[in-house]
Design a protein around this ligand. Structure first.
Ligand code: APR
Length: 236
């Protein structure tokens, strides 16, 4: 049994929420097989047709609100509670299943479905269930409301904090991400270069599986609880 101490950085992708019923992007029936991402997940798509973009995220927000955290989310929250040292979940996911499972240190690098952002003044506020572009900004009243989501072509949130954590990490674990979107796809390389042990947990090998020291294949709801069970109950 390993002692749950040290600096742990976990990267999660859509695969950790797949068994909660939320779609992934690039699997067989993934979101990008049913939607043109340039129309619903880019600033240009929003400028062209904000109603179409809001409809896409309103539907995803409703799905996320109806979903429940699964055994993988819950296992990570349990590990964090007994972890002694730095513990950070960097998620590419915009759902709040990690938080609803009880995780505390969660960083959403691609934004959050539960956030609204004013394209005029940059003010943020909690999203309503159904959002529209002409919802007035509570701060400047501009009718330029967008989902607080990082779109393709935009810069992910809190990258300096993420790189700092990767440079200091003893262990980096990627769960349920295809390794096809940067900068997250390079995080294993960044962590390994700094001396971290890198583990990938995925239903199938990602595009960057060779960047990891170890790879376990299977559903997250089995792999994550099994991996968490390898850590003893206390740091002592
Ligand atoms: N258990 C574990 N892994 C799974 C499961 C599962 N039940 N189901 C799917 N996966 C894995 C797939 O093997 C794949 O590696 O989850 C990954 C899903 O890949 P993507 O759909 O590309 O999702 P993700 O890697 O999170 O995408 C990254 O791309 O479109 C952008 O901003 C979006 O955050 C997203 C980013």
């Amino acid at each position: 049994m390993k002692s749950p101490v040290g600096r742990l950085v976990i990267l999660t992708g859509a695969g950790i929420s797949a068994e909660s019923g939320l779609g992934t992007f690039r699997d067989r029936d993934g979101l990008w097989t049913r939607h043109d991402l340039s129309k619903v997940a880019t600033p240009e798509g929003f400028a062209e047709d904000p109603a179409r973009v809001h409809a896409f995220y309103n539907a995803r927000r409703a799905n996320a609100r109806a979903a429940a955290p699964n055994a993988a989310h819950l296992a990570l929250a349990a590990l964090e509670r007994r972890w002694s040292g730095d513990f950070l979940i960097v998620t590419q996911n915009v759902d709040d299943l990690h938080e609803r499972a009880g995780s505390r240190n969660v960083l959403h690098m691609h934004g959050v479905l539960e956030g609204a952002l004013c394209a005029g003044c940059g003010h943020r506020w909690p999203a309503s269930a159904v959002m529209a572009a002409d919802d007035p900004c509570p701060a400047c009243a501009a009718p330029r409301t967008r989902p607080d989501i990082v779109w393709f072509g935009e810069y992910p949130y809190q990258m300096e904090r993420i790189w700092q954590a990767l440079r200091a990490a003893d262990l980096f674990v990627a769960i349920g991400t295809s390794g096809t979107v940067y900068p997250a796809a390079a995080f294993a390389q960044d962590a390994a270069r700094a001396g971290a042990e890198c583990l990938e947990l995925n239903a199938e090998a990602s595009a960057v599986a060779s960047d990891f020291h170890a790879l376990r294949i299977g559903p997250a709801t089995r792999l994550v609880p099994e991996w968490v069970a390898e850590w003893r109950d206390g740091p002592g």
